[in-house]
Design a binder for this molecule. Structure first.
Ligand SMILES: Nc1ncnc2c1ncn2[C@@H]1O[C@H](COP(=O)(O)OP(=O)(O)OP(=O)(O)O)[C@@H](O)[C@H]1O
Length: 289
């Protein structure tokens, strides 16, 4: 299976949100990374055929997804940024309702809903109304809803937003297991999540692809570009003005800063092992996260 994005462009009036983007996905987890407004949601909406491109097309095994219509949607699980649920519905009943919309009914639906409530850790609250659920629990219902039709292609917009650390680990493990035979594309602002599960990362800047590479290689490219130093509190403003500063940690003897750049800072510092967050800081500056 191959999902190919060919020269995809989307204009909203004068605004070009996605500019001539091309790439090809086969099975595995792909991360879509970029600052606010980079075009991630717009690109995903075109890839799930709910937004018409201004130019270009998306092909599944060589056939335009718009022409495939229902047969594409049957293979697709899409989780939008904003998840709409009926607050008066109990969780299990809501999932059965969505299952029915996807053509899954009867015993098959009952079994699938039970299985998915268990998978996302909500089995014990399956009879509780969604109105009483936290944001993280609603997100988990969203994940379950996306998986109802056992999709071969998963497109997930900010799936880990609002999940607590334990839920995020659970989610990452679910996705890793699913990705063995599926295409998974996910966007997230939580870069550490992406580092753990995405084999490849697509970095968008102002609607265009800035980088597309394996996570490992993107991190390797940062070798020799990341340092840590402990500086006095009063020096922090000047250092931030001059260098790209990532993480800042208050220590008893000053402030520990992570500095990203091509040149070694002019003050005492030690080389640090790069992580994916450093890649983002390198291209977008320390405040972009
Ligand atoms: N329906 C629309 N009409 C006009 N402009 C839009 C519309 N949808 C998106 N845009 C603009 O297109 C650009 C890309 O938006 P998009 O939501 O795709 O970015 P994003 O990378 O998903 O951002 P975020 O990380 O904040 O979700 C932004 O400048 C946005 O304001």
């Amino acid at each position: 299976m191959e999902l190919r994005v060919c020269d995809l462009t989307k204009n909203f009036g004068e605004k070009c949100a996605v500019k001539h983007v091309s790439f090809c996905l086969s099975h595995g987890v792909y991360g879509l990374l970029g600052p606010n407004g980079a075009g991630k949601t717009t690109l995903m909406k075109m890839m799930v055929d709910i937004l018409d491109p201004s130019e270009g097309e998306v092909l599944l095994d060589g056939v335009n997804i718009h022409e495939l219509g229902a047969s594409y949607r049957n293979k697709l699980g899409y989780m939008p940024q904003e998840i709409g649920v009926y607050k008066n519905f109990p969780a299990g009943k809501f999932l059965k309702y969505i299952a029915a919309l996807k053509g899954i009914t009867g015993k098959e639906a009952d079994a699938k809903v039970e299985e998915l409530l268990d998978l996302v850790g909500l089995k014990d609250v399956g009879k509780k109304k969604l109105g009483g659920f936290s944001g993280g629990m609603i997100r988990r219902i969203g994940i379950a809803q996306t998986l109802l039709n056992d999709p071969q292609i998963l497109i997930l917009d900010e799936p880990t937003a609002g999940l607590d650390p334990q839920e995020r680990i659970r989610f990452r493990n679910i996705i890793s297991e699913l990705s063995e035979k599926r295409i998974v594309l996910l966007s997230t602002h939580i870069i550490s999540d992406m580092e753990f599960i995405a084999g490849k990362v697509i970095i968008l800047r102002e609607g265009s692809i800035l980088k597309i590479d394996t996570t490992e290689h993107l991190i390797d490219e940062m070798d020799g570009k990341v340092w840590t130093a402990t500086i006095a509190h009063k020096e922090l403003k000047a250092v931030k003005g001059y260098y790209t500063v990532g993480n800042i940690i208050q220590r008893h003897d000053g402030v520990e800063v992570r500095i990203i750049g091509n040149q070694k800072p002019s003050f005492a510092c030690a080389p640090a092992k790069p992580i994916l967050e450093d890649v983002f800081s390198y291209y977008f500056g320390g405040n972009a996260l």
